[in-house]
Design a protein around this ligand. Structure first.
Ligand code: ZN
Length: 237
């Protein structure tokens, strides 16, 4: 994998991993783009709640909002990935820049949330815009990543949907590990429920921000991520 693909893919993935919470007013992503994302958040919440009501089976409980429903499913992840791939393939350079910018803002908010919370939004947007511009240039050079995986003519940047699908799924798996679970499989019914909150057995679940997450999972993910990056770049082959 060329290095720009790796860097852009990792950043897009970490940004996309925040996106499912666009159904929640208080989530980072809902305030990341000012009034625009607040409006998107309201629309998504209405859409998600309507979808929940329209497709629930007798075993699914009644609920008052759309949080952790539609945007927390495999189908949403796949549709989002396909949509962004199509946008990148047909939309040209400005579409790629837009996709990079949006996910870069989210990645910065997600990875540096402590710093991002105290600095101004404009600063985060500037940082995201400049890095999106530089990375798009790096990707665009021949052999540097735009033709990764999908190599036929007319398929440049088609891979961009893959880290988006992966990020959304990782978010769902992460939510599934918490106390309330996550309806990843929708619309596939399980028993009397179509929104079955998938998750491991109760004793394996933990709260967000608990010591298991900070002291064990985070270091493990750093090591696994670093080793995967080294492997993807082919440094030791
Ligand atoms: Zn979530």
């Amino acid at each position: 994998m060329p290095w720009p693909t790796l860097v852009v893919g990792a950043l897009i993935c970490s940004g996309a991993a925040l996106a499912p919470d666009l159904d929640h007013q208080a989530a980072t992503i809902s305030r990341a783009f000012g009034p625009l994302s607040r409006l998107a958040c309201k629309l998504i919440d209405v859409l998600a709640h309507a979808t929940y009501k329209a497709t629930r089976k007798p075993g699914d409980s009644r609920r008052s909002g759309g949080h952790r429903t539609l945007t927390h499913t495999w189908l949403w992840a796949v549709l989002l990935g396909v949509g962004f791939s199509a946008l990148a393939v047909y939309g040209g350079r400005w579409a790629v820049l837009l996709i990079l910018f949006v996910h870069m803002v989210l990645a910065v908010e997600g990875l540096f949330w402590r710093q991002a919370r105290t600095s101004s939004d404009v600063l985060v947007w500037l940082l995201a815009a400049t890095s999106a511009w530089l990375l798009a240039d790096a990707l665009d050079d021949p052999g540097n990543g735009k033709a990764w995986l999908f190599t036929e003519p007319g398929q440049h940047y088609m891979w961009i949907g893959l880290p988006i699908v992966l990020g959304a799924l990782v978010h769902c798996v992460g939510d599934a590990l918490t106390v309330s679970g996550c309806p990843i499989l929708w619309p596939i019914p399980i028993g009397r429920r179509r929104w079955y909150p998938l998750g491991p057995p109760k004793f394996m679940r933990f709260r967000a921000g608990s010591w298991v997450e900070i002291k064990i999972l985070t270091p493990v993910f750093f090591v696994v991520g670093g080793a995967s990056a080294v492997g993807a770049l082919g440094l030791f082959t």
